[in-house]
Design a protein around this ligand. Structure first.
Ligand code: SF4
Length: 763
């Protein structure tokens, strides 16, 4: 079976890739536009007409937008902004291809000898229709349809054969090591059951048991399905950070034995951001600018064929293939998502607004399995995806430089903004609802800018107006989904230099926005070393009520890790100065008692710097190195490289930062950690508003805002110390609040109860 749209995307595109600016409507605007057009039609007009035909064993099906059975006219509706004459020739040809295929399906279904085809371009801003009508005979439409199908059928046959071979190999997939590690089998079994039965699983499992390998192995083994379960078409492995992606690729390489004659025929795709894949960062993505976009669709079939046969589509190999065929590697990768068995990418590929992986899953009806690595990070990442801020400074700068044609709508927004500012009584004012008039004026302004770009495409070339417009459209998209899961507030500029407040829509509970994403997947496993308490994570991520849960016991023995609390130290804001000397004395004493590599974590760069200065002042001979703000990848690598097997010293880092999770320092590379904070987010007006909302929604405002997120970071950081069953180490929890029961019950169950201690051992 193939959908009309997919058939045309595959076989009807030719010429340049052209992603020149087009002011396209949002998904919901498109749906509303279609309804508007069809509501204008009279009796005898059929909407969403289902059509299908079988050709050479291939079922082609879809829903035509509308058919006027009296006028015998089939309509294909496309919503747009600006002048329809500016819609690119390629895009228009694709629209006509879809209309013709529907035309053929209709002629077949109703035994017609011809039909009028109408492309209706509907301007969502002016509600104006531009119809383009062509008359086609049934034989013409058949010939066009068959030409597309002939091209597609060869590929479809090869794809079916690939799927059969893939599934057969996956049924016999063997674990690539002689034995499972302790706990690894339990995790793999839970994942296998979950993905075999189309469920969602939360799996908490300690660091060091090989979660990446266990989850990938089990989800792949379940992919062919059996009995009633149809299996999965694709597996999406989603990570928060680049190192997680590399670990997944490494595990996949091992599982598929990619370099051997017994290789599993699995297509693995690594997706990276466009700026990391682009070969011509100084150019724009259209044929007049970039040579790799020029004629892209003419060369794509050969590149796609080579990539499908090559199977291992990492950033490097894909780049090589793209070079050989003179196509853009980024857009070749985008195409290969359709044909990949496993795609490894970032959370935002599936969970962001309009995320491509989710949109394609819905559009193509793919059965997708999700593996969400370090899933505790998804809470904060999803909040960011579904939040937006409109800052006054950028707007004021824009007003000065904007084209004269936009002066009126810009001034109107300026007046609305000023009116909002007058209503503000506090520096941070939470609004009971979205400011309706302001949002409507913003919508109008965005629409006017869109029209302006349509008339003056050269103004849209990555200038400040375009950047502001993208930001404003993001605000509107976030506003469209506004509900009790989010807050809307006005914040005054602290300096008093900017008169207008910033308008922010802050997502607090991403769950309602993520729930449709879980529903669109066939199955999902969320895994992490820190998912406790699981109700907290399930509530905030909107997991289905029947989500399965597993907590894999640690393979490590309590004797491997000495956990000590320093009850004489307080890291509260007001106690910071007083904490410095006792803290550095304790660190130096621990180091003297057991020399080796340590990590010390602080709540901020400022606190880190103060502690570092104090330690260097009191103990100048003790080797130290420190994390800095905005470190580049090589700088981060150099920081980690200091932790050598026989090394000695203390690396200073910020809790929740680049070194708080995801780094692996087994054996003597790390023998201890000092954690000088509970990791609690700062108490400030914004967080207090979040606390109030979470209290109202779940009755656990403080825990959900402060305690649980803070302790996740602490446990992740402490998890750097014991990485294998042979490791031994010490974790110092430097704050009296670690002695509290409500805090201790959030620490890993396998730890010995922390010992209260003023001094390190041996002193
Ligand atoms: S190489 Fe860069 S500029 Fe060219 S099409 Fe690809 S992403 Fe766009």
């Amino acid at each position: 079976m193939v959908a009309v749209r997919a058939l045309c995307d595959f076989a009807a595109r030719t010429g340049d890739l052209d992603l020149r600016f087009t002011p396209s409507p949002s998904g919901s605007e498109g749906v509303a536009g279609h309804s508007e057009v069809t509501s204008r039609r009279g009796a005898g007009y059929q909407r969403e007409l289902p059509l299908s035909v079988v050709w050479g064993g291939l079922r082609v099906q879809g829903r035509a937008d509308g058919f006027d059975s009296v006028a015998k006219r089939l309509e294909e509706i496309k919503t747009h902004r600006g002048d329809p004459a500016l819609i690119g020739a390629n895009q228009r040809a694709l629209h006509w291809a879809q209309a013709r295929v529907y035309g053929h399906l209709l002629c077949e279904q109703l035994a017609l000898d011809g039909v009028d085809l109408a492309l209706i371009y509907f301007n969502i801003d002016t509600a104006h229709e531009t119809p383009l009508v062509q008359r086609h005979s049934a034989p013409e439409l058949r010939a066009f349809f068959e030409a597309l199908c002939t091209r597609y059928a060869v590929w479809a046959r090869a794809e079916r054969a690939h799927r059969v071979a893939r599934d057969a190999a996956l049924r016999n997939l063997v674990f690539p090591f002689a034995a499972f590690r302790t706990g690894q089998r339990a995790l793999a079994e839970a994942v296998y059951r979950t993905h075999s039965h189309g469920r969602v699983l939360m799996a908490q499992a300690p660091t060091g048991i090989g979660k990446t390998m266990a989850t990938l192995f089990a989800a792949l083994k379940a992919a062919p399905g059996n009995g009633k379960d149809l299996g999965t078409d694709k597996l999406f492995y989603l990570t928060a950070k680049t190192p997680g992606r590399q670990l997944a690729l490494h595990a996949l390489d091992k599982l598929t034995q990619a370099d051997t004659p017994q290789a599993i025929p699995l297509r693995v795709l690594e997706r990276v951001a466009r700026d990391k894949a682009c070969e011509h960062p100084d150019k724009a993505c259209h044929g007049d600018s970039c040579p790799l976009a020029q004629g892209f669709y003419d060369r794509l079939p050969a590149a796609r064929q080579a990539a499908a046969q090559g199977r291992w589509l990492s950033k490097t190999t894909l780049r090589q293939m793209a070079r050989e065929h003179s196509v853009c590697p980024y857009y070749l990768g985008q195409e290969m998502l359709r044909w990949a068995d496993v795609a490894v990418g970032d959370f935002n590929h599936y969970f962001d607004h309009g995320a491509a992986w989710h949109a394609l899953t819905e559009a193509n009806g793919w059965r997708v399995g999700l593996l969400v690595d370090e899933a505790h990070n998804l809470i904060e990442r999803a909040r960011l995806m579904h939040s937006a801020t409109l800052a006054p400074a950028a707007f004021q700068a824009l007003r000065q430089a904007a084209p004269a044609a936009l002066k009126k709508p810009l001034d109107k927004l300026q007046r609305r903004w000023a009116a909002l500012a007058k209503t503000q009584t506090q520096d941070l004012e939470v609004l009971p609802e979205l400011p309706g008039e302001f949002i409507t004026t913003l919508q109008q302004l965005c629409s006017d800018i869109g029209d302006h770009f349509a008339q003056h495409p050269q103004d849209a070339l990555d200038g400040p107006l375009q950047r502001w417009w993208f930001d404003a459209l993001h605000v509107l998209r976030v506003a469209e989904q506004f509900g009790e899961h989010s807050l809307c507030d006005l914040t005054r500029d602290g300096t008093g230099r900017v008169k207008h407040p910033a308008l922010a829509i802050r997502n607090v509970v991403p769950g309602p926005l993520l729930a449709p994403r879980w529903a669109a997947a066939h199955s999902a496993t969320l895994f992490s070393a820190t998912l406790a308490p699981m109700d907290f994570v399930a509530h905030l991520l909107g997991l289905p009520p029947d989500t399965l849960r597993v907590d894999v016991p640690s393979p490590f023995a309590p004797a491997q890790l000495a956990v000590r609390v320093a009850p004489h130290i307080s890291t509260r804001w007001s106690d910071r100065q007083a904490s410095l000397t006792p803290m550095v004395e304790l660190m130096a004493a621990q180091y003297a008692a057991e020399p080796g590599n340590y990590l010390a974590f602080f709540s901020s760069f400022d606190y880190l710097q103060q502690a570092l200065d104090r330690l260097q002042h009191h103990h100048p001979a003790l080797p130290v190195w420190a994390q800095a703000r905005g470190m580049s990848e090589p700088e981060r690598d150099a920081f980690v490289a200091r932790f050598t097997e026989g090394g000695q010293g203390i690396g200073f880092a910020v809790l929740g930062g680049a070194f708080g999770e995801g780094i692996d320092l087994p054996g003597r590379r790390l023998i201890g950690a000092f954690i000088a904070t509970l990791g609690l987010p700062q108490v400030n007006p914004v967080n207090e508003q979040m606390r109030a909302r979470l209290q109202a929604l779940f009755g656990r405002g403080y825990d959900y805002t402060y305690l649980y997120p803070g302790l996740h970071k602490v446990v992740q950081a402490a998890g750097r110390v014991i990485r294998t069953e042979r490791d031994h180490g010490t974790v110092w929890l430097l704050d009296d609040r670690f002695a509290r029961l409500e805090v201790q019950r959030l620490l890993p169950a396998w730890w010995h109860a922390p010992r209260m201690a003023q001094d390190p051992p041996g002193l």
